[in-house]
Design a protein around this ligand. Structure first.
Ligand code: CUA
Length: 322
């Protein structure tokens, strides 16, 4: 209804109704208190106005009941907002396990999108309806923000790290994509479209843009996708396999089955091998040295682009333990 009147963008994802509900709750609470306070100001100003020049007001002592009331009720309301908001925030940032992987790299001034099956696009993102899509975002230069009002999602793309967000589109159509973080001269033109398609159309679209044989060559039957295949080629070209040979006594730790596990470091700390850890270990290998290994690895900062990193990480994620 409000969407049709132009007060709200279309509600085209599973997050939309839940985000709107919280939004309207905040509006209702603000509206209620704004009205109450404005009403009381006017009423009291009239009711307790000075009637005679000689009038002296009665001094007021404290009222415990009153003070408790105006402390406890706002505290309760603030806690409702906090827990409601936190739940929503966590669920918007916790992608379901079956989500499609899409990588997004922001740069001045465009959005580069890479589908894990291989297809790339710029300032456009095609997604199937009714399927969770997980976005992994980063930036090549400054902070950008990936904002899709119709999905009620907004996530910063930060240089030097990955951020994640997910959505599930519910309505076919084309929706606005904006950059919502001022990022330079052409910030306002860093815009694009999200195209929500039927699953069948999406499959057809996906296979269109991938060079013939790319998926076959990468062994689609073994579940290795085009991006992982590009990552493997890079892995060989950069000579990673020289040290990460996956055998005991190798100079670098084995990478098979590494993703998602806990890694013990030299300083006794333990970290989870997630995308950010892998990224950091490639561009800044000295930051976290795995227990039992030496700080021998050179940095690959400047030698690999954000897209290269993403491909390498996808390849490492796809490696099974051997
Ligand atoms: Cu990118 Cu604003």
């Amino acid at each position: 209804m409000l969407e049709r009147l132009g007060f709200l963008p279309a509600a085209a994802s599973t997050h939309a109704a839940r985000v709107d509900a919280l939004y309207f709750f905040l509006i209702a609470v603000s509206g209620f208190f704004a009205t109450l306070i404005a009403g009381l100001i006017v009423t009291f100003a009239y009711r307790y106005r000075r009637r005679a020049g000689s009038e002296t007001p009665q001094p007021i002592k404290g009222s415990l009941a009153l003070e408790l009331t105006w402390s406890i009720i706002p505290f309760g309301i603030a806690m409702v907002i906090f827990f409601w908001g936190a739940r929503l925030f966590v669920s918007v940032h916790t992608p379901p396990a079956n989500a499609l992987d899409v990588f997004v790299v922001g740069r001045q001034w465009m959005w580069k999108v890479q589908h894990i099956e291989g297809r790339r696009e710029i300032n456009e993102l095609h997604v199937p309806i009714g399927r969770p899509v997980k976005l992994t975002l980063t930036s090549e230069d400054v902070i950008h923000s990936f904002f899709v009002p119709a999905f009620r999602i907004k996530q910063d793309a930060v240089p030097g790290r990955y951020t994640q967000e997910w959505f599930e589109a519910t309505l076919p159509g084309t929706y606005h994509l904006f950059c919502a973080e001022y990022c330079g001269t052409e910030h306002s033109r860093m815009i694009g479209h999200i195209v929500v398609m039927d699953p069948a159309d999406y499959q057809a679209w996906l296979s269109e843009g991938v060079p013939a044989g790319a998926n076959a060559a990468s062994g689609a039957s073994t579940g290795v996708l085009a991006v992982a295949a590009s990552g493997e080629a890079l892995f060989q070209r950069l000579g990673c396999a020289t040290c990460h040979r996956g055998v005991s006594g190798a100079l670098g730790p084995a990478l098979g089955g590494l993703f998602g596990t806990r890694v013990k470091l030299q300083d006794g700390e333990t970290v989870v091998a997630d995308e950010d850890y892998l990224r950091e270990s490639i561009v800044n290998p000295q930051a976290k040295i795995v227990e039992g290994y030496q700080a021998l690895m050179p940095t690959f900062q400047g030698q690999v682009s954000e897209e290269d990193l993403m491909q390498l990480i996808t390849y490492i994620k796809a490696l099974r333990g051997s």
